[in-house]
Design a protein around this ligand. Structure first.
Ligand code: SF4
Ligand code: SF4
Length: 114
């Protein structure tokens, strides 16, 4: 997620600012090697299974008003989360379907500026 609560506006990713943390409202886990087949079935029934694992609706407690409230101390997995990736678009389509066109525009604008 590219947008922190105390971060100066000019440092925020405009797409993330508009999106408000769709990726912070889900959690994807791959427990296929850890759980028994029966437990895995139970786990998958709670979420959406796909090729990377299972995605669960699970809002991060540190997401405040659409921004990360522990930006400087956020987990590395959040820091490395790729804006515009397949996972990012999955989250947007699921959690922010009304913002898809605006977010496409903002991401393209950002790419053109680089
Ligand atoms: S889903 Fe994508 S655009 Fe939205 S906050 Fe996360 S990384 Fe940014
Ligand atoms: S720690 Fe911050 S960036 Fe990571 S999921 Fe929570 S709100 Fe999002």
């Amino acid at each position: 997620m590219g947008c922190g609560y105390d971060q100066p506006r000019e440092l925020m990713n405009p797409a993330c600012e508009e999106c408000g943390g769709a990726c912070c409202e889900t959690m994807t886990l791959n427990l296929g090697n850890v759980l028994t087949p029966d437990a895995l079935k139970w786990f998958e029934l709670h979420g959406k299974p796909h090729k990377f694992g299972t995605t669960l609706d699970c809002r991060c407690s540190m997401l405040k008003r659409g921004k990360c409230s522990i930006w400087e101390d956020r987990p590395k997995v959040c820091e490395d989360y790729p804006v515009g990736s397949e996972a990012c678009w999955d989250a947007i389509k699921k959690r922010r379907p009304h913002k898809v066109e605006k977010l496409k525009y903002l991401m393209n604008k950002e790419a053109d500026a680089e």
